[in-house]
Write a protein that binds this ligand. Structure first.
Ligand SMILES: NC(=O)C1=CN([C@@H]2O[C@H](COP(=O)(O)OP(=O)(O)OC[C@H]3O[C@@H](n4cnc5c(N)ncnc54)[C@H](OP(=O)(O)O)[C@@H]3O)[C@@H](O)[C@H]2O)C=CC1
Ligand SMILES: CC(=O)C(=O)O
Ligand SMILES: [Mg+2]
Length: 591
């Protein structure tokens, strides 16, 4: 048999990426055992039932003091635990009490990570039951600080590190991961971590955090999730000089060297896990993000969260906001600060939806949308020097050098911040937008909180309480003139967990823009009158599992409609099916 997986030469495995390589999909001799001859080396796999001391140290199965008397007898735990037997509820109460005692968010983060490594089900129980309180800890903003200090707080690896050192061996690296059946991979190369820039290998905190949300918010089993950090070096001088830095101590590889490692990774993933594994690209710099998405979008199940997930969540917020500000997409003028992944991704999905609603060609609907980058308004005279993803937004207009000038020239009804630079929506800018609109929609998407284009307080105060405001990182409710305003969180965390679940349950093999629209539509429908009364354009995260199931059902329905779903027959009630597939963190009883 011609092995497409690897050829063993002198004990070394060599990944075969030649055109004859085919898709594994789980039916081939994945581990190269059947085709190996006697002089070739194979791995002696063993599987055992965890018991006794090792059971207590296995985070997937450990229940701590919640092991029953019977379980303590049958699993050799007698004497290894103190006599008390307590419930998962009491464990949860104790853990929350302990976490709440920490004043510093990073300490809370470390405490949560320690719990995840000690008792996975309890970690998810906490996260699911206390989602609004713990999301800012395991996710933005605290995860940003965690990534910056990842080297210092690093205890145990929580995902796979694939560096240039592993070139030629990526398939073997994947096989080192203890789980075989992976459904979702979140991968970063660490070059654009939130709005914090290049954090190299320490970007791992982001895939770990995103996948924790895949499970807690979207119900994908933790064992089916794989966080990956691709390390091609870093251009962050501070990290390169940091003695605790955990990544390759070299400047970033680019060009062919970069492309080769990424290609080897993409091929190895498909070979090892089949074509239904979802690969979510996260926090790549835009000069690679668009290229990777275009390159692998036709051969793999790939999704770029920063481009596509963000677009879907923002479109949902805008559509929901129409109940408060009136009009339809075509009635509004959109202005963005920031024309990168988030900005152009959102702009494109708005234009697409507008085109579908009005039957006006996409080229025309794009003209309702304007973007400002670090050099000013994107206009046609700049077209030749623009990166390819900005070119569709180069409309005819005289040059405008900054956002304030653009606000005055374009007169937007919707202002969106996707620049990664904090406090760029100044008092003058917000006052100008507020002078143009009775109810301006202002979205400050940049993360973490330090990079938000403005705070909730600034948006409400400078607009005299008239702005409808949402931000990427959470802000507390703010009281202005006796009224309490609750800012919504415009974050792709609303979308990707349910979106991914929808792909997984339908066995989708490709992502299509219509699925993003389906997810967006499902989210917008979840905003209730009670939410609107508070000025919210997103439903609360406390209801996120129901929201995710709705999104999953809509996405799966679209996958079947488009003919890219492979799980057949199609379940009649996709909402019920999505809910039935969702992971529950409740302890299981051991025989
Ligand atoms: N809320 C959410 O769900 C999400 C939020 N984000 C946040 O959005 C931010 C941007 O992410 P992303 O789009 O991927 O980043 P990119 O690097 O792709 O894009 C950033 C854009 O902002 C522009 N920019 C930077 N500084 C300024 C400035 N001072 N004035 C005007 N424009 C400026 C850049 O201009 P130029 O091209 O000229 O360099 C570029 O166009 C990040 O903070 C990220 O955390 C991202 C994804 C999801
Ligand atoms: C939320 C997110 O994906 C980002 O800020 O990059
Ligand atoms: Mg991101």
């Amino acid at each position: 048999m011609e092995s497409t997986m690897k050829e063993m030469r002198g004990g070394e495995s060599v990944l075969d990426l030649s055109p004859r390589a085919t898709v594994g999909g789980g039916v081939e001799d994945v581990y190269g055992e059947d085709c190996a001859t006697e002089d070739q080396l194979v791995t002696p796999w063993t599987y055992s039932v965890a018991s006794g001391y090792s059971l207590l140290r296995d985070p997937h199965h450990n229940k701590g003091l919640a092991f029953t008397e019977k379980e303590r007898d049958s699993h050799y735990l007698r004497g290894l635990l103190p006599p008390a037997v307590i419930s998962q509820q009491l464990q949860e109460k104790k853990s929350m009490n302990n976490i709440r005692k920490y004043q510093v968010p990073l300490q809370k983060y470390m405490s949560m990570m320690e719990l995840q490594e000690r008792n996975e089900r309890l970690f998810y129980k906490l996260l699911i039951d206390n989602v609004e309180e713990l999301l800012p800890i395991v996710y933005t903003p605290t995860v940003g600080e965690a990534c910056q200090k990842y080297g210092s707080i690093f205890r145990r690896p929580q995902g796979l590190y694939i560096s240039l050192k592993e070139k030629g061996k990526v398939l073997d690296v994947l096989k080192n991961w203890p789980e075989r059946s992976i459904q979702v991979i979140v991968v970063t190369d660490g070059e654009r971590i939130l709005g914090l820039g290049d954090l190299g290998c320490q970007g791992m905190g982001i895939p770990v955090g995103k996948l924790a949300l895949y499970t807690a918010l979207g119900g994908v089993r933790p064992s089916a999730c794989l966080p990956v950090s691709i390390d091609v070096g870093t251009n962050n001088e501070k990290l390169l000089k940091d003695e605790f830095y955990i990544g390759l101590r070299q400047r970033r590889a680019t060009g062919q060297e970069y492309a080769d490692l990424l290609h080897e990774f993409m091929c190895a993933v498909k070979q090892n896990y089949g074509e239904k594994v979802l690969i979510q690209f996260e926090d790549f710099a835009n000069h690679n993000a668009f290229t990777l998405l275009a390159k692998y979008g036709t051969s793999h199940l790939v999704f770029n969260d920063d481009i596509q997930g963000t677009a879907s969540v923002v479109l949902a917020g805008i559509v929901a906001a129409f109940k408060l500000i009136g009009g339809t997409l075509a009635d509004h003028r959109f202005l963005f600060l920031g024309a990168g992944e988030a900005g152009t991704g959102i702009a494109e999905l708005i234009a697409l939806e507008m085109s579908k609603q009005t039957k006006i060609p996409l080229e025309e609907t794009r003209k309702k949308i304007w973007l400002v980058d670090s050099k000013g308004l994107i206009v046609s005279s700049r077209k030749d020097s623009l990166q390819h993803f900005k070119k569709p937004w180069a409309h005819d207009h005289e040059p405008v050098k900054d956002l304030l000038g653009a606000v005055k020239a374009i007169k937007p009804t919707v202002l969106i911040g996707s620049s990664g630079v904090g406090r760029t929506f100044t008092k003058e800018i917000i006052e100008t937008v507020a002078s143009l609109n009775e109810k301006p929609l202002i979205m400050a998407l940049s993360n973490p909180t330090s990079q938000s284009e403005c705070t909730a307080e600034e948006a409400y105060t400078w607009s005299q309480g008239r702005a409808i405001f949402a931000s990427g990182s959470p802000f507390d409710p703010f009281e202005y003139n006796g009224k309490v305003f609750v800012p919504g969180q415009a974050n792709n965390a609303y979308i990707f967990p349910g979106f991914g679940l929808g792909l997984v349950i339908s066995g989708a093999i490709r992502v299509h823009d219509d699925m993003l629209l389906a997810a967006s539509e499902a989210l917008a429908k979840q905003v209730s009158d009670e939410n609107y009364d508070k000025g919210l354009i997103y439903p609360p995260f406390s209801n996120i599992r129901k929201i995710s199931a709705n999104i999953a059902a809509n996405v799966a329905a679209k996958a079947y409609e488009l003919g890219v779903a492979t799980r057949l027959p199609r379940p009649a009630d996709l909402m019920k099916y999505a809910e039935s597939c969702m992971y529950s963190p409740i302890y299981r009883s051991y025989r």
